[in-house]
Design a protein around this ligand. Structure first.
Ligand SMILES: NC(=O)c1ccc[n+]([C@@H]2O[C@H](COP(=O)([O-])OP(=O)(O)OC[C@H]3O[C@@H](n4cnc5c(N)ncnc54)[C@H](O)[C@@H]3O)[C@@H](O)[C@H]2O)c1
Ligand SMILES: O=C(O)C(=O)C[C@@H](O)[C@H](O)[C@H](O)COP(=O)(O)O
Ligand SMILES: [Zn+2]
Length: 366
């Protein structure tokens, strides 16, 4: 696949998303183009699964170009998006002597990206950062500048909007991704289709088998379409005053599942897969969506080996309580992103809580 560049248009803070097989080799030139000069000290944050594969070549490419590079490797998984790990990484950054001209590189999936971005947003009140995503899901998480960590009481409750200077997406890294993480990534790809592009959904259905096998040309196209949908929404509504909330399809349910499972058991893609089904179920129940949206959503998620059943052991009432801490809720009143049709969703602020609870109880078999 040739290298393709998309842009998140934010005036003076506009930044490129450079996508291609092997583009990590161009890291030094691209970081410099992003305004980060070799006089800046760099700090690469990665995790224990990613670093043995990709950290040394990245550091070497940067050091050869004259950058001084320190690193910090965190345990893999959602539980690292915590206050404790955040503090450890900050300590390491201070020890490494980062200053206001330094920059942070996030080398990994969404966990590394969200945490590293939050460190960058808060270190000395904010320094530059670069996203180097290595998962399929990170076609979503590396774009848009939502950075943050979890609290035991709720997902992403501590965070900031802090845009990267550059997203450097080397699709070669996807070849080492475990199948479960490939599926999780497709959940966000599917989400982008469900919210904004019915013909993309048709295409995903048609090519599910080869996409699942990570056919390079088609996966590249899926990533570009997902990034383009997200970039357009972020460019129009950076801080979620309106339409950016649509990117949250399935997340009010999914985030509650993740928190109640103590950020283990279900990964983010799996949680929002179940959440997108529930959103479709509620939408059909209240006559908001046209008939068939739920069945098609579920079938599509199954084509990509994603779960859609209610998570074992969770009580619908407890899930509803956690959902009320969702960032779209105001005054304890839930706002849900619901589908009207495939490729079209809306933010609905007055869904009857009883309808949501009944839909969840039916799914839970309660
Ligand atoms: N900021 C946003 O806009 C945004 C959007 C979507 C999701 N997110 C967040 O992203 C996180 C999920 O991201 P994720 O699914 O990438 O999870 P992740 O970062 O935990 O990565 C998944 C697993 O794959 C491993 N891994 C990563 N790259 C690999 C590679 N190339 N080869 C082998 N193993 C590799 C990781 O070590 C981890 O075990 C969640 O915390 C979610 O809330 C944020
Ligand atoms: O970028 C956004 O906006 C999204 O909602 C993308 C989501 O996929 C992502 O999981 C995001 O982190 C959720 O944001 P939150 O504000 O609900 O925490
Ligand atoms: Zn998400």
């Amino acid at each position: 696949m040739a290298v393709e560049t998309l842009y998140v248009e934010l005036g003076e803070r506009t930044y490129p998303i450079v996508i291609g097989d092997g583009v990590m080799q161009q890291v030094a030139a691209l970081v410099q183009d992003a305004g980060i000069s070799p006089t800046s000290r760099l700090f690469v944050i990665s995790d224990e699964n990613v670093s043995p594969r990709y950290l040394q070549p990245l550091k070497q490419a940067l050091e050869t170009a004259g950058y001084r590079v320190a690193d910090c490797v965190i345990p893999p998984g959602e539980q690292s998006k915590s206050l404790a790990v955040y503090e450890q990484v900050l300590t390491r950054a201070i020890e490494a002597g980062l200053d206001r001209k330094s920059a942070i590189l996030a080398l990994g999936g969404g966990v590394v990206g969200d945490l590293a971005g939050f460190v960058a947003a808060t270190y000395m009140r904010g320094i530059a950062f670069v996203q180097v995503p290595t998962t399929l899901l990170a076609h979503d998480s590396s774009v848009g500048g939502k950075v943050g960590i979890n609290h035991p009481l709720g997902k992403n409750l501590i965070g900031a909007f802090h845009q990267p200077r550059l997203v450097l997406y080397d699709t070669a890294a996807l070849r080492t991704l475990p199948e479960r993480e490939v599926a999780a990534g497709f959940a966000e790809v599917i989400k982008h289709g469900l919210i904004a592009d019915a013909s993309f959904v048709d295409w995903l259905e048609e090519h599910a088998a080869s996409l699942w096998q990570l056919d390079a040309e088609r996966v590249g196209r899926a990533i570009r379409r997902g990034c383009a949908i997200k970039a357009a929404i972020v460019s129009a509504d950076e801080t979620e005053q309106g339409q950016r909330a649509l990117l949250n399809l399935g997340h009010t349910f999914g985030h509650a599942f993740e928190a109640l499972c103590e950020y283990a058991v279900l990964n983010h893609g799996e949680a929002i897969s179940i959440g997108m089904c529930l959103a479709a179920k509620v939408a059909e129940r209240i006559g908001f969506a046209e008939a068939g949206v739920y069945a098609r959503t579920k079938r599509l998620l199954h084509l990509f080996h994603l779960p859609t059943d209610w998570p074992d052991g969770l009580e619908p009432e407890a899930v509803l309580d956690v959902m009320k801490r969702d960032k779209k809720a105001v005054g304890g009143k839930l706002a849900l992103v619901l589908p009207r049709a495939i490729g079209k969703v809306e933010l609905v602020k007055d869904v009857d809580e009883q309808e949501i609870l009944t839909a969840m109880k039916k799914e839970a078999g309660a």
